[in-house]
Design a protein around this ligand. Structure first.
Ligand code: NAD
Ligand code: DAU
Length: 340
């Protein structure tokens, strides 16, 4: 199979390309990425010489470029990881989220239609379901939970899901959609909670926890997400949505304290700051459908996965220290100054 992996220089797409180029030497994996602030070729350095791997720089919003590429390459499968992915940035500047996450998806869907791609897979998120109350641990998101978004980011991802499913219903395009909970693991950009806290704790800098730190996220180790997508693309039913999550709910404060404990750093580094506007309280996924239909099972629980992740950040300081440059500092100062 020839697989186009869009957004493959980012966190999850990069992990996907690393795992799948090794697992399927007979497949050809082409990564397409615009290399925004979140894309990083250093993530793909270890696989650049694999014979079944290729990187192409390009933007999913660029219709002429994408159509030209699809005409030349004849992809069997397209897996779309490309997105603006950070909720805080979507609050600061929603426009680019609509351009990439909605209009970019439309370009890919149109190209899949025109060139007869056998499967379009849209990588989506649990955030399309909105949030759950903190005092109802019995409630989980299922595939039937209504779409109910909170941030410009989640609204853009929900729009993309609806558009993808509409292309299936209206045009018969063979699509699948996966909605996953919060990922963590190697190559995670340090604007997100876990890598931000690891990198700042290692530098003995204060750790900005939003509100009271009681919001809950359902954490999944990134390769467990990649394995789920792989199963859906190969065995999933066309036109279906699959929820992915591993029942690893933690409050943000619990996550930060776990990181501090493993690094041997004091809890006095924790600094409570102004809350994120519209902050979702709790996410929790019911993955029964993918477990029973496709036999997916996560390999890592949170305690094992977070240990492995922290070890990776300790052993790969170059990767993340290269990111903590002027542009990143500017972002951090701008974003967190307002939260003091
Ligand atoms: P990321 O921000 O780390 O990576 C996104 C990648 O997309 C980057 O390499 C970036 O350069 C690329 N990109 C952005 N705009 C582009 C464009 N116009 N054309 C081509 N490439 C472009 O994001 P991530 O955390 O790896 O998330 C990947 C996907 O998974 C996203 O669609 C996100 O919504 C979804 N998702 C993420 C999580 C999570 O916890 N990180 C959980 C569920 C779903
Ligand atoms: O649930 C899946 C989603 O998970 C993905 O769709 C998004 O792309 C991904 O970014 C992530 O969204 P979150 O908003 O949950 O992730 P983030 O790492 O930004 O924040 C996790 C929690 O930690 C959230 O409750 C906000 C809080 N937080 C975050 C940061 C960056 C803090 O308390 N302090 C911080 O500095």
């Amino acid at each position: 199979m020839k697989i186009l992996v869009t957004g493959g220089a980012g966190f999850i797409g990069g992990n996907y390309a690393i795992v799948m180029t090794e697992r399927y030497p007979e497949d050809e994996i082409v990564v397409l990425d615009a290399l925004t602030y979140a894309g990083n070729l250093e993530t793909l350095a270890g696989i650049q010489d694999r014979p079944n791997f290729r990187f192409i720089k390009g933007d999913i919003r660029d219709r002429a470029f994408i159509f030209d590429l699809f005409e030349k390459e004849n992809f069997d499968v397209v897996i779309n990881f490309a997105a603006e992915s950070h909720v805080d940035r979507s609050i600061e500047n929603p426009g680019i989220f609509l351009e990439t996450n909605v209009m970019g998806v439309q370009v890919l869907l149109d190209a899949c239609r025109k060139y007869g791609v056998g499967r379009y897979h849209q990588v989506s998120t649990d955030e399309v379901y909105g949030d759950l109350p903190l005092d109802r641990p019995d409630l989980l998101f299922t595939e039937e939970t209504p779409i109910h978004t909170s941030s410009p980011y989640s609204a853009s991802k929900a729009s993309a899901d609806l558009l993808t499913l509409a292309y299936h219903r209206t045009f018969g395009l063979p699509v699948t959609v996966s909605r996953c909970s919060n990922n963590y693991g190697p190559y995670h950009f340090p604007e997100k909670l876990i890598p931000l806290m690891i990198s700042r704790a290692l530098a003995d800098e204060s750790l900005p926890v939003y509100g009271e730190g009681l919001n809950v996220r359902d954490w999944l180790y990134v390769t467990d997400h990649c394995n789920a997508i792989d199963l859906i693309v190969r065995k999933g039913r066309v036109g279906e949505v699959y929820n992915i999550g591993g029942h690893n709910e933690r409050t943000n404060l619990e996550v930060v304290k776990t990181i501090l404990k493993q690094l041997g750093k004091p809890e006095s580094l924790i600094h409570f700051v102004k809350d994120r506007p519209g902050h979702d309280l709790r996410y929790a996924m019911d993955p029964t459908k993918i477990e029973t239909e496709l036999g997916w099972k996560p390999e890592y629980d949170f305690d094992t996965g977070i240990r492995k992740t922290i070890e990776w950040y300790l052993e790969n300081k170059d990767w993340w220290q290269h990111i903590l440059n002027g542009e990143y500092r500017e972002y951090y100062d701008r974003m967190y100054k307002e939260r003091q």
